[in-house]
Design a protein around this ligand. Structure first.
Ligand code: MV4
Length: 448
């Protein structure tokens, strides 16, 4: 087992990782930018190293600084959390070259899944169902139109280096196809420095369902069921559930086992998320994330498994402590993301937290790094906390969520809590009747 882990992140996820390390008896090193001098992760770590000025590119994304922090403190492993360097294959490789363990999959697996065409080809080879579309890169408009004639319009043009929705364009006919290809390429080039694109059948009303997997790199892998992350705004998730509502347990087990078997064949190591679009009872692979995700607590809650503990164990070379038949799903969990944002315009709202009263009680978990008097810096993501509630049934979970949101007080900055006060009362939400477009339609129709 490791003796000292450096946590290459900030905020609530840095605390999440710190807690797992402490329970394993591992020393912790926090890194921080000058904007995060007073951050909770710095206070709670055994040691801390300032790694640069506020802009992320100069601090949390600064590989030489982070390597130096490892060297100075003698850390033998790095946990990247999510975002920042968590899916940077070069970072994983450089650490390995310096005999420091990257707590995550191999740089090879990060690379495969980072290229969306290679990811999809790999999924096909592994027996995972994918969205019908091009076998690889689309070079010309004629090629695109010929394929569209086969699979039928509408089709979606996606960036090979993409993810997160950038460089995506829908075409409903040949005329739109030429424009879609052009704009997708231009956006992809600007966002990723790579104008390669591919094509898929466009699904009109899917849900975003993802499968949590965990492997040990030795050919053992399990799945931890599904999450529904359809409630999003501009590709930012706001509300997540486990397991995905209205999908029957045998269906969950079937898609889960397909993913787990694929991870065994890949000899995948660490936590991963296989993302699907789900429409008319069918799952279609779109992407795989090779990191711990923001919404992992809902899976932890329904399975009673500590995913970060498992990540650290397998990174240290230990076999998976989990057996598939020991993983059982208990009740229902919902996470809402508390962002320091205006609940109507979603404009960031950094500043001082003048009063803080977190919710509590049975079935409530809060992952947050804020405290009364803390000043939220303007330099980073606006997520300031996650409220995770559990119930024996989804109905009980919703009741508990309503109660917890009512209790929760964050003063001094605007937060998304009032948005959840409204959502929890919506019949479609209560019924679990929503797809990936529901929230944006709701917001457009309910401008205050
Ligand atoms: C799609 C799609 C419809 N059909 N692919 C958006 C982000 C990227 N991860 C994949 N995305 C989509 N891919 C096909 N073939 C619709 C989306 C999409 C979406 C997906 C998940 C969650 C929210 C979304 C919002 C808009 C579009």
């Amino acid at each position: 087992m490791f003796s000292k882990v450096l946590i290459a992140n900030r905020g609530e996820i840095a605390l999440r990782i710190l807690r797992a390390c402490k329970e394993l008896g591992i020393q912790t090193v926090a890194i921080y930018s000058t904007a995060d001098r007073n951050a909770m992760h710095v206070r709670l770590a055994d040691e801390s190293v300032c790694i640069g000025p506020p802009p992320a590119k100069d601090s949390y994304l600064n590989i030489p600084s982070i390597l130096a922090a490892c060297e100075i403190t003698g850390a033998d492993a790095v946990h990247p959390g999510y975002g920042f360097l968590s899916e940077n294959a070069r970072f994983a490789r450089i650490l390995t070259e310096h005999k420091i363990t990257f707590i995550g999959p191999s740089s090879h697996h990060i690379e495969i899944m980072g290229d969306k065409i290679t990811a999809k080809k790999t999924a096909v080879e592994l027996g995972i169902p994918v969205v019908p579309g091009s076998d690889g890169e689309i070079k010309t408009a004629d090629e695109a139109k010929a394929l569209a004639a086969e699979i039928g319009y509408p089709v979606i043009v996606k960036a090979t280096a993409g993810g997160g929705g950038r460089g995506m364009k829908v075409a409903h006919n040949d005329l739109e196809m030429s424009t879609a290809l052009g704009t997708a390429r231009t956006e992809a080039k600007a966002a990723f420095g790579n104008d390669s694109v591919y094509i898929e059948k466009y699904l009109g009303k899917p849900r975003h369902i993802e499968v949590q997997v965990m492997g040990d790199g030795q050919g053992n892998a399990v799945h931890l069921g599904t999450r529904d992350c359809s409630l999003q705004r501009r590709h930012q998730k706001v509300w997540e559930e486990a397991t995905a509502p209205t999908i029957a347990p045998d269906e969950t087990a079937r898609i889960g086992e397909i993913c787990a078997a694929a991870m065994r064949k890949l000899k995948y190591s660490g936590a991963g998320t296989v993302e699907f679009l789900y429409e008319n009872g069918e799952f279609y692979f779109i992407e795989m994330n090779t990191r711990l995700q923001v919404e992992h607590p809902v899976t932890e809650r329904v399975t009673n498994i500590d995913l970060v503990y498992e990540q650290i164990r397998v990174a240290a070379g230990e076999p998976l402590s989990l057996k598939q038949d020991e993983i059982v799903f208990m009740g229902h969990a919902i996470e809402v993301r508390i962002n320091a944002e205006d609940p109507q315009t979603f404009a960031p709202s950094p500043g001082k937290i003048t009063y803080y009263h977190p919710a509590g009680g049975v079935g409530v978990r809060i992952d947050s790094a804020i405290y009364q008097g803390y000043v939220i810096p303007p330099n980073y993501d606006s997520l300031i906390g996650k409220l995770i509630v559990h119930g024996r049934t989804r109905a009980e979970c919703l009741q508990r969520l309503k109660r917890a949101i009512d209790e929760f007080v964050v003063d001094g900055v605007k937060t998304t809590l009032p948005l959840f006060q409204r959502l929890i009362r919506e019949p479609d939400i209560i019924a679990g009747n929503y797809d990936i477009h529901w929230l944006e339609k709701y917001l457009a129709a309910n401008k205050v």
